[in-house]
Design a protein around this ligand. Sequence first.
Ligand code: GDP
Ligand code: IMO
Ligand code: MG
Length: 430
Amino acid sequence: MGNVICVGGQWGDEGKGKMVDILSERCDMVVRFQGGNNAGHTLVVDGVRTVLHLIPSGVLHPKTTCVIASGVVIDPEVLLQEIDTLKSRDLMRDDSQLVISPLCHIIFPYHKKLDFARERALGKQMIGTTGRGIGPAYEDRVGRRGIRLFELINADRIANRLRDAALYANTILHALGSEPLTGYEIEGMIDRAVNHGKKLKPFMGNAQELIYDAMQNKKNILFEGAQGALLDLDHGTYPYVTSSHCVAGHAMAGSGVGFTSPYQVMMVTKAYATRVGSGPFMTELKDELGDLLRQRGSEFGATTGRPRRCGWLDLVALRYACRIHGTTQLAITKLDILAGMDKLQVCIAYEIDGKRTENFLWDSEKLNEVTPIYEEMPGFGELPLRGSFVDLPISAQNYLNKIVEFTGVPLGAVSLGPERGQEIWLHEPF
Ligand code: GDP
Ligand code: IMO
Ligand code: MG
């Protein structure tokens, strides 16, 4: 029995979906606790690719209950589409496999409009958001004017709430020089919201109680993070971050359950680094090497299809991520993408204002000025697809050991390909 929190150690897209899918086999419950459909989690099983944005990555295992907890913001259109797609593939046959907290805040069309309007107004300073309305929906939540899932069930209530919300959104859209919503659009939005409420009602359940009971009954529970440490609202490269807390510590607040039993934190990181959107990226490769990593690693966003920026592994940032998550074990993915490269570089310190530091910096402007100090490491040839650690070439073992040594966190798993089964386990968290 146990609880495992699986989180990203970089700027997202580390391969969390794959790790969660594998671990789910041993899980009774998988809980998403933050973010929304800005996330894109990819699972590959027998050559079939599944990309999930809201539904927890345990859904391919029929006996695993998937919970969307209150920390998640939901775009009902996207969620219903995701449910339909899974059902059309004969997955999620039983509706009771998915439980959604009625407390989840809802993303409405004006949130998406506001997201685009804000980005446009920022011009060159744009965040590079996914444009899914995530930030504006979380803003409404904090501003105590958000609309929650259970409110969709009551047609009169939702009509009133949405008319007020649209008025408010329109004043901001107007101020930002964007087209406000028309009366016709507002009424259409209300009709759709009522319809969404009807369709989602069967999935609503007391998520807090369900997770609490599972914990009391000593079930295996996996908490699935979205995004990554460096996109965390407070602890990431602010303001180039997402609008929720992606750190492992948020698993409790985002699911509404205080942990009463021990837990492990598995932090997933690629063997190199990527980032989608704007913001500092200290080890970015803006040359052919970066292009090579992008092409070999198929580094295109699972949500927006945007090309991901690519670079070398930044151990300074990774150690920082390990600490803010309270990481108990690492899962290092995409080692296979580095195979065949002559020499590898890992960033072991930053140079800033003529001084060397091994500490992460909290000012994004300063991070932009950093010159990374690299340690060169020999590359390695072809890798096996599975086996044990000692089956890896010595230079690959040394590369992994360097990460473990620098971060001070033991290695739990190494992923060697996108497919379920293409990995080596050193310590299984459950
Ligand atoms: P997530 O957001 O953290 O779940 O990651 P994404 O799914 O957005 O991006 C990770 C991508 O890498 C997906 O296309 C995965 O199928 C793929 N992937 C995961 N692990 C590995 C690996 O070890 N090797 C390779 N080649 N691909 C991997
Ligand atoms: P997963 O869970 C990678 C990035 C966006 C942008 C910033 C803010 O698949 O790892 P937002 O739309 O959240 O307001 O955008 O955060 N971003 C992600 N990058 N993977 C993700 O999720 C991301 N979710 C948001 O690109 O830079
Ligand atoms: Mg992703």
